[in-house]
Design a protein around this ligand. Structure first.
Ligand SMILES: NC(=O)c1ccc[n+]([C@@H]2O[C@H](COP(=O)([O-])OP(=O)(O)OC[C@H]3O[C@@H](n4cnc5c(N)ncnc54)[C@H](O)[C@@H]3O)[C@@H](O)[C@H]2O)c1
Ligand SMILES: O=P(O)(O)OC[C@@H](O)[C@@H](O)[C@H](O)[C@H](O)CO
Length: 386
């Protein structure tokens, strides 16, 4: 069986690639990083190390790579022959790879009428749905019915912490032992992919929102508050009592929003939160706050991990979310010249001030009560530096 996976980065190699190998796929990674592609083609395997006391190591085989910049026609050809297509490139890159997928699917239809599923494994609500929209921008109206019949774009939620890698071997990847991959079965075309480790569900929304608004909302606390306080890693930040208080508060607020929206069991949700906090404190992982905080404009978006749980919380409780607001305030304050979005965000703050920047990136109405609480929390933040 053949898999094409866009993005040979941390989660691509460390999670999706390893599950595809265990399910007997040959995986062709598509990436723009020539060094990684060359290495994949030369070695045709790589190691995954579990970040735990015994550092268990296993080998992922049957892999190769295509550089989509230098060999675009090879990407189209690989998609036309694939049994599954997956992505882990980042939400902003989906539009950029959509033309390859459209061309590959068009090519495939000429000789193959078997269904195919394309699964975006990105931290966002509706990743595959967005990818489908982008792919459909590259096909004609006449092609649409056939594409709709044959090609499924099931949404997915993926959870595994894979930090930036600092290994001597450029392909080796260190990952936390925990993982979860949930895929929306109702949107699958043909048979469900035979991959152990995927949980198929009928409606993904509760799963992706639970993941994004607990794991990623929680992660944003040591990232943004931690960075504000001068910490370099998630682990260091998590050992600070102020960060502990804010993460617990933020996850209680997002938890209340999720429990009331999806009728989750309160006790089970608390166990889920506790486990996540423990994962962030894994001493065998060194995860930089700058990786977790990357792309603050995306993360301050109206449906992402900060604003959406805060507005949901206000809708279901009629109360103001203090701890989520603190984290939003710290995200607005996030300064990192190496991060294009962070630099742009700070330019916006300088030119327009916090209020207008928040309205613009988070699409909050000027009189939305959340905006007021966040502005107050920006003032409060300075206490954390004393
Ligand atoms: N790392 C994690 O802990 C984790 C966990 C769950 C989900 N995710 C999600 O997975 C996605 C990828 O994250 P990551 O941490 O692996 O990032 P990463 O930067 O390690 O990997 C992204 C890869 O995509 C490649 N890429 C960029 N532009 C491309 C293009 N046009 N075509 C093909 N490849 C391209 C990059 O070169 C890189 O190798 C993100 O959406 C992220 O939110 C990450
Ligand atoms: O990948 P991002 O930039 O959306 O978020 C950063 C981290 O929170 C994220 O990568 C987590 O490590 C991951 O989502 C855990 O499953």
């Amino acid at each position: 069986m053949l898999a094409v996976h866009f993005g040979a980065g941390n989660i691509g190699r460390g999670f999706i690639g390893s599950l595809l190998y265990q399910a007997n796929y040959h995986t062709t990674f598509v990436d723009v990083n020539e060094a990684v592609i060359q290495e994949l083609n030369e070695k045709q395997q790589y190691h995954v190390v579990l970040a735990a006391e015994d550092s268990e190591k296993f080998t992922v085989k049957n892999v190769s790579g295509i550089n989509s910049i230098s060999d675009p026609e090879k990407v189209v050809d690989a998609i036309s022959k694939a049994d599954i297509v997956t992505t882990a490139v980042g939400p902003n890159i989906l539009a950029m790879i959509s033309e390859f997928i459209a061309k590959g699917l068009r090519e495939r239809i000429k000789s193959n009428q078997q269904p195919l599923n394309i699964i975006a494994c990105e931290n966002m609500v509706g990743g595959s749905t967005l990818l489908k929209e982008k792919v459909f921008e590259h096909i004609t109206k006449e092609e649409q019915p056939k594409f709709n019949d044959l090609f499924g774009f099931p949404d997915a939620a993926v959870d595994r912490i894979v930090p930036n890698q600092v290994n001597e071997d450029p392909l080796e990847v260190s990952v936390e032992p925990y993982y979860e991959w949930v895929v929306e079965e109702s949107s699958i075309e043909g048979d469900t992919p035979p991959i152990d480790g995927i949980t198929f569900v009928n409606d993904l929304k509760p799963y992706i929102e639970r993941k994004l608004f607990t794991v990623n909302t929680g992660h944003a606390v040591p990232a943004y508050i931690g960075h504000y306080m001068g910490y370099a890693t998630i682990n260091e930040a998590m050992n600070d009592q102020n960060v502990q208080e804010i993460i617990k508060g933020a996850l209680t607020e997002s938890g209340e929003a999720l429990i009331q929206t999806y009728q989750f069991d309160r006790e089970k949700h608390q166990t889920y939160i506790n486990k996540i906090i423990k994962r962030f404190m894994n001493p065998y992982i060194s995860d930089e706050v700058t990786r977790v905080g990357r792309g603050p404009i995306r993360k301050l978006g109206p449906n992402d991990r900060l604003i959406r749980p805060a507005t949901m919380y206000m809708e279901v409780t009629n109360k103001e979310p203090v701890y989520l607001a603190k984290t939003i305030a710290a995200a607005l304050e996030y300064k990192n010249e190496q991060d294009e979005e962070a630099a742009k965000l700070q330019e916006m703050v300088e030119e327009q001030g916090y209020e207008k920047t928040l309205q613009s990136v988070s699409q909050l109405e000027a009189d939305h009560p959340l905006a007021g609480v966040v502005l107050e929390e920006i003032e409060e933040l300075t206490r954390l530096r004393k």
